[in-house]
Design a protein around this ligand. Structure first.
Ligand SMILES: NC(=O)c1ccc[n+]([C@@H]2O[C@H](COP(=O)([O-])OP(=O)(O)OC[C@H]3O[C@@H](n4cnc5c(N)ncnc54)[C@H](O)[C@@H]3O)[C@@H](O)[C@H]2O)c1
Length: 223
């Protein structure tokens, strides 16, 4: 079965890397939509908290963690990435003293994914970053093992727009912008996000060619 059909039938296994303000609400939505989700983090204390049904994020109740636990596997064992069909990267990109994003977390995580990458997987980057990160830097790391983006695996960028203190918008109601490395990647990534957000608003093909358009759309969406 191809990945799009696996997503539509809820058989796709989803891995979310980074169990923070972005990753955790995303996991809750995927589980509510009927998926099995593995949540990966390097911070063992967070994984232990979640396994015990506890929350370390004010906006997320313990009940909502307990509710999803039957289908949610919090993990520090990154070898489980090999079993995932779709992998979503939600690791931090804090600004350094020059106000540039520190990309070490994204690139470190991408190297880990590359170790376990297999044909047919979707990799989607949600971390906030600069144009070109996905289709140049992330792609280059993922392709080091010989698999090719767009033909062997799907590659997408869908910048997170979570606003934890805004009660008017939640993960499900914030329109999601999805960019795909090629039309097939876009189709699969859109199918994935369509299961958990009300609107995958703007659809873009070929990340590289559409970055200006993406920026324009984001600005016009804010207006
Ligand atoms: N929080 C927001 O409101 C918000 C809004 C829009 C965009 N973003 C962006 O989303 C991304 C994630 O932000 P966040 O607020 O969720 O961060 P966070 O600090 O709350 O969570 C990130 C998690 O990633 C984990 N982590 C770090 N390195 C890792 C690695 N190599 N492998 C696995 N896990 C790792 C950390 O332990 C932490 O639990 C950032 O790029 C941020 O700029 C955040």
């Amino acid at each position: 079965m191809d990945l799009k059909n696996k997503i539509l039938s809820r058989e796709a296994k989803i891995g979310v890397i980074g169990l923070g303000y972005v990753g955790l609400p995303l996991i809750i939505e995927f589980v509510k939509a009927g998926f099995e989700v593995t949540g990966f983090d390097v911070d063992k204390s967070k994984v232990d908290f979640l396994r015990a049904g506890k929350s370390y994020i004010k906006q997320i109740s313990e009940d909502s963690i307990k509710e999803i636990l039957p289908k949610f596997d919090p993990a520090t064992e990154f070898s489980k990435l090999a079993d995932m069909d779709a992998i979503v990267i939600c690791v931090p990109t804090p600004l350094n003293k020059n106000r540039e994003p520190d990309m070490s977390y994204v690139f470190g995580t991408t190297r880990t994914i590359a170790k376990y990458l297999r044909k047919g997987q979707l990799i989607s980057l949600e971390s906030t970053t600069y144009p070109g990160t996905t289709d140049e830097d992330v792609r280059a790391i993922l392709e080091e093992g010989g698999l090719k983006a767009g033909t062997d695996f799907y590659l997408a960028f869908s910048p997170e727009r979570e606003d934890p203190n805004n009660n008017d918008f939640r993960t499900r109601t914030i329109p999601k912008v999805v960019g795909g490395f090629n039309p097939a990647s876009l189709e699969v990534a859109k199918a994935l996000y369509d299961q958990i957000v009300q609107r995958t608003d703007q659809e873009l093909i070929m990340l590289n060619e559409n970055l200006n358009l993406l920026q324009t759309l984001l600005v016009s969406d804010v207006d």
